[in-house]
Each structure stands twice: as structure tokens, then as C-alpha cells.
Design a protein around this ligand. Structure first.
Ligand code: SF4
Length: 261
């Protein structure tokens, strides 16, 4: 992407004065975090092991939460069409009674980036697609700012049905629904996951830490130890645009980590 176009996208994020540093800049936050981590240990996944030896090794995060348990056996071996059908017919929690439709996920089935939000909102519940409306448009701008089209990534939520009134999901709902996302991850095999928003981050990392304390670290998810970066939800950024710059830092961090996987 040329710099003029990138500036256009940054402007859409409200970051007109920012310029993009080179990917390999030594002061890059991702590089700093990776290099500064004590006793770097090569990650166990094949992708990371296959990283050329000259490249920086992605270390375990300094304060990473415990990774999720192995993908639930409940959906093991299920392919994309069957998984979609199971979600569409799901009545495992009470949200099935109030949804208009399930919101399975959308995007490139060979995507390197998986974006995970919290749950469908009103627009998503109506349209059956995650991250539509104003929040979706801002997410698209966020992705374009790091050179990604919406069509290149996969987008899903922790929950496939809308909680009434956009309330936070309760633990039972999240526990019942998470195996669907875990199967999506197992099928997709993304290089990197971007958890957007506190609820998504806390459910994926099984922690109650604040979003602020989870940012700018390389967490790991699941049995395959997928690198997971935490940032703000675009819906939050619409209400709190002053945090867009932090989000931009998180996106650059994620891009740098992804380039080393
Ligand atoms: S939120 Fe998940 S577990 Fe609950 S009914 Fe919808 S698809 Fe099923």
C-alpha cells in the first residue's frame, strides 16, 4: 500500500498526523517486546519453529494468561459446512430464544488474521454478519491502515447470538459457545488472532485482567499456541476516539508479530 493511501486510511481513524514506521524499525514496539523478553523460548507451533533462524524469536509473553484448554471435543472433526449448520440450529443457551439469527463469522477461509469480537449487536443480529454498521466500518479502516482488506481476514465473535440489549455475555453463554469458535480456529489455522474489546480478550484468555493490562503483549491461544494480540473494540473507539492512537500502536504490534510467525 502506498503512503498516500495509508495516510487516507489513518485519516479515517482520526490519525492524520501519524506516519508509518518501517516494518523492521528497531524501535518497533513488537520488536522491542520480543527482544526484551527474558529467556526467549521458541514457540512450539510448527509455523514459529519454521521461522528462519536469523529472524527474531517470538518469546512467551511476560505476563501471558494461561492459554485456553485444548479445543473442546464437542465439535472435533466437524468441517465448515457442518459447523455452520450446527451453529444455525444451536439452542445450547438462552440466547437462542431472543436472536433474530445466528452470526457465524465471515471472511477468507485461508486468512492469516482472525479478528475476534465479543458478540453480535443489533445490526449484526439483523444482517447475520459480524462487525457491520459504524463499528464495522471503523474495523475496516483499522485493517486497511495495516494493509489488510476485510476480505483478506476472517471475522468472528466469541458468541454467535446477540445478548438482549447488548449486555455482556454471562459465563454460561460464553462457555457453551466457545467450542464453536475453537473449531473455527482449528479449521482456519490463523497466523495471528486480534481480540478486539475487553470481553473478547477476557474470554479468550480466561482472565479478568483489564484490557489496558493485556495490550502490547504476545499472548497465546489454544493447543496450537496462536499468537493473540489485544486491542480496543471499534464500537468503544467510536465513543472514545482518543484511544485510536493506542489502537494504531496495537495494530502495528500485531502486524510485526505476524510478520515473524
Ligand atoms: S450463543 Fe452460542 S451457545 Fe448460545 S444459542 Fe447461540 S450459538 Fe448456541
Amino acid at each position: 500500500m502506498n503512503s498516500e493511501l495509508r495516510q487516507e486510511y489513518l485519516a479515517a481513524l482520526g490519525l492524520k498526523s501519524w506516519t508509518l514506521r518501517a516494518k523492521t524499525a528497531p524501535e518497533s514496539p513488537a520488536t522491542e517486546a520480543i527482544a526484551a523478553a527474558p529467556a526467549a523460548v521458541a514457540a512450539p507451533s510448527q509455523r514459529i519453529a519454521a521461522t528462519p533462524t536469523a529472524a527474531p524469536v517470538i518469546a512467551k509473553p511476560p505476563i501471558a494468561a494461561a492459554p485456553s484448554a485444548a479445543p473442546a471435543a464437542r465439535e472435533a472433526g466437524v468441517d465448515w459446512p457442518e459447523l455452520r449448520a450446527r451453529v444455525a440450529a444451536c439452542t445450547r443457551c438462552g440466547l437462542s430464544a431472543t436472536r433474530t439469527q445466528t452470526v457465524f463469522g465471515v471472511g477468507n477461509l485461508h486468512a492469516e488474521w482472525l479478528i475476534v469480537g465479543e458478540a453480535p449487536g443489533a445490526d449484526e443480529d439483523r444482517q447475520g454478519e459480524p462487525f457491520v454498521g459504524r463499528a464495522g466500518q471503523l474495523l475496516n479502516s483499522m485493517l486497511r491502515a495495516v494493509g489488510l482488506a476485510r476480505e483478506q481476514v476472517y471475522i468472528a465473535n466469541v458468541l454467535k447470538c446477540r445478548p438482549p440489549g447488548n449486555r455482556d455475555p454471562n459465563p454460561t453463554e460464553a462457555a457453551e459457545c466457545l467450542p464453536y469458535l475453537e473449531r473455527q480456529i482449528a479449521l482456519l489455522k490463523p497466523k495471528i488472532m486480534l481480540a478486539v474489546g475487553r470481553i473478547a480478550a477476557q474470554n479468550l484468555l480466561r482472565t479478568d485482567k483489564t484490557l489496558g493490562s493485556l495490550r502490547q503483549q504476545v499472548h497465546r491461544f489454544g493447543a496450537s499456541s496462536v499468537p493473540l494480540i489485544v486491542t480496543y473494540h471499534p464500537g468503544y473507539l467510536l465513543r472514545t476516539p482518543t484511544d485510536k492512537r493506542k489502537t494504531w500502536e496495537d495494530l502495528k504490534f500485531a502486524r510485526d508479530v505476524c510478520s515473524r510467525v
